[in-house]
Design a protein around this ligand. Sequence first.
Ligand SMILES: Cc1cc2nc3c(=O)[nH]c(=O)nc-3n(C[C@H](O)[C@H](O)[C@H](O)COP(=O)(O)O)c2cc1C
Length: 171
Amino acid sequence: MTQVIIFGSSRSFGNTRKVIDDILGFSGTPLFDLNNFDISPFDYEHRNQNDGFIPLIQELIAYDTWIIATPVYWYNMSTQHKIFFDRFSDLLKIRKDLDRKLRGKKLFVIASFGDSYPKGFEDTFEQICEYLGMEYLGSSFIYSGTKHEEYLEQNKAHTDKAKLKLGIVHK
Ligand SMILES: Cc1cc2nc3c(=O)[nH]c(=O)nc-3n(C[C@H](O)[C@H](O)[C@H](O)COP(=O)(O)O)c2cc1C
């Protein structure tokens, strides 16, 4: 099973990256940082069809499992990821060949949050997977704050869940 991390945060080396390094750092899993790609918001006229989105998808298609790494910003995924997912509408309209290749791929979400456990956060990803014919493997939510001990106590369970689902064995 081949896996890839699709990373999107407003800072490339902040809390979300630390979580990813903790869980997957030793696994050698390739990481694509959306900050390094020129991907503009969805355009109904597809005037941006030659930006970095399609080449990125063509690279990602090679992997069976996509690991979405995102901070929770305003109860939702990062803007980088929202723009990335909005652009899937391009595939449905002008690159059906690539859209078809998404079917059967697996998706797992690792989210870093700093305040409150994000209710309903998973629903979006579950529905995206259902729509695209991908298999939703679940989400792990890792608390980056210090105030809420109950969330800190859950971190190990969420980390273990991610490792189990992704088959990560640390030496
Ligand atoms: C714009 C913004 C919005 C945020 N919204 C939330 C939120 O809705 N819920 C929450 O628990 N934490 C929220 N946080 C805290 C981040 O989720 C948390 O600090 C996370 O670990 C940041 O990861 P990063 O360093 O990769 O950006 C927000 C932070 C920012 C900057």
